[in-house]
Design a protein around this ligand. Structure first.
Ligand SMILES: [Zn+2]
Length: 144
């Protein structure tokens, strides 16, 4: 029973997390309209960022709130069954995200995440950050 429901959950989440989710499409549409060109799902970069802006050296990940455990998000639930399995699995995802982000930043990329649950204003903000030429880089560098 537990196994079945876990598998069903996986299938559901996979569907939600499929490429071209709504926030991603919205972001792409806005950037395209602003005249920014980008590449999708670049496989030669750590973590295969969903959107890459080579000229700005910015990499954007579109993260599912459940799989990537969006902090404080109501969609970042923990299944009540197979608790240990899910804890380890989700922890692994979060750790992997952090490692990929670090690798990219070491390579000089600015990394942004857009969550599946992002509201329109959040997508607006992200769009603004992406098109800013310098601010994001210098800000992030000083955070270290
Ligand atoms: Zn979320």
């Amino acid at each position: 029973m537990d196994k079945l429901s876990a598998e069903r959950r996986s299938a559901n989440m996979r569907q939600i997390r499929s490429k071209n989710t709504t926030p991603e499409l919205l972001l792409r549409r806005m950037l395209y309209r602003l005249g920014y060109r980008f590449r999708l799902h670049r496989k030669d970069l750590p973590g295969k960022p969903d959107l890459v802006f080579p000229s700005r050296r910015k990499a954007i990940f579109v993260h599912g709130c459940f799989w990537h455990q969006h902090p404080g998000c109501r969609y970042a639930t923990r299944p009540a069954t197979n608790v240990a399995f899910w804890a380890a699995k989700l922890r692994g995802n979060v750790d992997r995200d952090a490692r990929k982000r670090e690798s990219l930043e070491h390579m000089g990329w600015v990394v942004e995440v857009i969550w599946e649950c992002a509201s329109d204003p959040e997508i607006d903000d992200l769009t603004r950050r992406i098109v800013q030429r310098k601010a994001a880089t210098s800000k992030r560098r000083s955070d270290y």
